[in-house]
Design a protein around this ligand. Structure first.
Ligand SMILES: Nc1ncnc2c1ncn2[C@@H]1O[C@H](COP(=O)(O)OP(=O)(O)OP(=O)(O)O)[C@@H](O)[C@H]1O
Ligand SMILES: [Mg+2]
Length: 235
């Protein structure tokens, strides 16, 4: 069984079903991408995996454990961390307070060590650690959102629209950090409207179209697929 296994998942908001019969699997140690247009249901899938939404049917198995329908705080303790679209930081709190909030559910003794590691990864966050999160630039806020996620000591990181609204040089920096984190053992699920970016930087990808997976495959093959080129890569 894969690290994360989703079987025939249906989920949405109240009476509105958004995801229809989603099945997908994520192997440990990979970077997996989920791509698709505006409103396809990408964020809805991440919210369902992290427990913010309860599926109406189907199963989510993580690390051999059925986590379907369990609460977000328990899912965090199972080491799935969701970095939401729009970053969702505490803008009136300092950078350091935000990072420590990322560790609130932990009881182990490595929190301060992980704070040091996060600062090593993002030196700018250490330089500005007393500054309010709301005063940071978009790129810095995304770094903080990533750092806050890492403070939860994830095994599986779900990252929603990391690149949105950021300059290409900043996106490059973030991608190289994602790759380093992956090399150090973290499994990463990236959700992106930027299909090219996602396919160029993942091992395997799923295409989501109006709530259904319409295509899946190795990213290096999908990027050459004529239908994908036409529909998503503007070629
Ligand atoms: N809180 C909500 N209540 C009701 N419907 C919602 C809610 N959030 C999203 N939806 C609807 O669910 C569908 C999927 O939305 P979702 O945010 O998952 O798409 P997405 O693929 O993440 O889009 P984007 O690329 O714009 O982030 C859309 O039709 C959207 O209008
Ligand atoms: Mg979204």
């Amino acid at each position: 069984m894969a690290f994360l296994e989703i079987e025939n998942l249906n989920s949405g908001y109240g009476d509105v079903n958004v995801l229809s019969d989603i099945s997908l699997s994520i192997e440990k140690g990979e970077i997996i991408a989920l791509v698709g247009s505006n409103g396809a249901g990408k964020s809805t899938l991440l919210k369902t995996i992290s427990g913010l939404l309860t599926p109406t049917s189907g199963k989510i198995i993580f690390n051999g454990k059925d986590i379907t329908g369990i609460s977000p705080d328990k899912i965090i303790r199972d080491k799935i961390i969701h970095i939401p679209e729009g970053r969702k930081l505490f803008s009136d709190m300092s950078i350091e307070e935000n990072l420590l909030m990322g560790a609130y559910s932990r009881k182990d003794k490595s929190i301060m060590k992980d704070l040091d590691n996060t600062y090593l990864l993002f030196p700018i966050l250490e330089e500005r650690r007393k500054q309010k999160a709301g005063s940071l630039s978009g790129g810095e806020q995304q770094m903080l959102a990533l750092g806050k996620g890492l403070m939860g000591d994830p095994d599986l990181l779900l990252i929603d629209e990391m690149s949105l609204g950021l300059a290409p040089v900043i996106v490059d920096d973030l991608i190289s950090i994602i790759k380093d984190l992956n090399a150090s053992g973290k499994t990463i699920f990236i959700v992106e409207q930027d299909v090219r970016l996602a396919l160029e930087n993942s091992n395997f990808a799923y295409i989501l179209d109006t709530g259904s997976i319409t295509l899946k495959g190795k990213s290096e093959e999908l990027i050459k697929n004529p239908d994908i080129k036409k529909a998503y890569l503007g070629m």
